[in-house]
Design a protein around this ligand. Structure first.
Ligand code: GLY
Length: 368
């Protein structure tokens, strides 16, 4: 695996569970990229988008797979992956947003997704800290959350117990391509590591690895997100469910910590945190959850989501023998982690894979 983010680690965990001997390499810290920054919403319903039917199906299957997967990780590695069955509230703060939210809810119902309309007073009945000025809310009871940093620790422990290996600070310069086959990787120090197969799981940088011919690449672009981590010195209680508005979301960890996100910015490989973005996030969030203004700021960060041209991931065998991909998860990397492991390992073992997410679809001009 090239990349020790959530994608590379979930593939390694499932590979080890199925009898393979995975080695994960990362030039930086383990899970130090987008995984470290991610809020951890598991939101197939809230993040369903028009025209993305295949992706919705995949996201729903991933959400359904989560409980068994986190149980498996807990049993294997003995660490709590921080999964919370919190449910989600979608909130509109003015009339325009309420109209848009009604349309969004109709779209979800038409796709068989569970959403329940709540008047402002009913919404405040379940989340009393919501502002009295909110106009409308919908409950999405099947959208939950996980703490990506706890999940990473649980995955690392499970991989270790399963006989896999993860190395940080080992930078891959290029893939070794010999007679149209990927035979391993060349590291920054010019040494070579040979492998039966290489899985590219390098997040937003997946499209930049050297050594591949143009037709074998997956086009991945970085989509920046800025977030704030907050803590309530009074402990948990301000908010129980994940809260989403048109402009922001707040993910409670259940222990008095909250993640407020996120911007969506097309700025290339720029990971700076800007005052303007944080100001906007705080302004929008405080309008629907005034108590947020009292919280302590723990951390401000920015991450790069790996986006493909059709916003769906690239999972499974690539255009060369020995080349596999686990990338392009865009807004759903944490949600898709268990299925990423299942599907990519199936490809490694020569089993059938879901062609709708084939990494080769971009070269062929076909999209999921
Ligand atoms: N799924 C949340 C985000 O990408 O910001």
């Amino acid at each position: 695996m090239v990349g020790a983010g959530i994608a590379g680690l979930s593939v390694a965990q499932r590979a080890a569970a199925r009898g393979l001997r995975p080695l994960v390499l990362d030039g930086g810290d383990l899970a130090g990229g987008a995984t470290h920054v991610a809020a951890g919403m598991l939101a197939p319903v809230a993040e369903a988008a028009f025209g993305e039917g295949a992706l919705l199906e995949l996201n729903l299957a991933a959400a359904a797979r989560y409980p068994a997967w986190v149980d498996e990780l807990t049993e294997l590695g003995g660490r709590d992956p921080g999964y919370r069955r919190s449910g989600t509230l979608l909130v509109a703060r003015d009339r325009d947003q309420a109209e848009a939210l009604e349309r969004e809810a109709d779209f979800r119902r038409q796709n068989g997704l569970a959403v329940e309309r709540l008047t402002p007073s009913r919404a405040r009945g379940v989340e009393p800290a919501l502002a009295p000025t909110i106009r409308l809310a919908f409950s999405a009871p099947d959208d939950h959350a996980v703490d990506p940093r706890a999940l990473t620790a649980a995955l690392l422990a499970a991989i270790d117990r399963g006989g896999g290996e993860v190395r940080a600070g080992v930078r891959v310069r290029e893939l070794l391509v010999e007679s149209d086959r990927v035979a391993g990787v060349r590291l920054q120090d010019e040494s070579e590591l040979r492998a039966g197969a290489v899985v590219v799981a390098a997040g937003a940088r997946s499209g930049q690895l050297g050594g591949l011919p143009e037709h074998a690449r997956v086009p991945v672009r970085p989509v920046k997100g800025q977030l704030l981590r907050l803590r309530d010195p009074a402990g948990p209680g301000l908010l129980d469910r994940v809260l989403r508005t048109e402009e922001c979301y707040v993910v409670p960890r259940g222990d008095g910590r909250y993640v407020l996100g996120a911007t969506t910015e097309e700025r290339g490989f720029d990971e700076t945190v800007t005052a303007g973005a944080l100001h906007d996030l705080l302004r929008d969030a405080v309008e629907v959850l005034p108590g947020l203004a009292e919280l302590e700021v723990l951390e401000a960060s920015a991450g790069l989501r790996p986006g493909t041209p059709d916003n769906a991931p690239a999972l499974g065998p690539g255009a060369l023998a020995g080349l596999h991909w686990a990338t392009g998860h865009y807004r759903h990397g944490i949600l898709l982690a268990p299925l990423t492991g299942d599907l990519v390992v199936a490809g490694l073992l020569g089993e059938p894979v879901d062609e709708r997410f084939s990494p080769t679809r971009f070269a062929a001009g076909v999209t999921a």
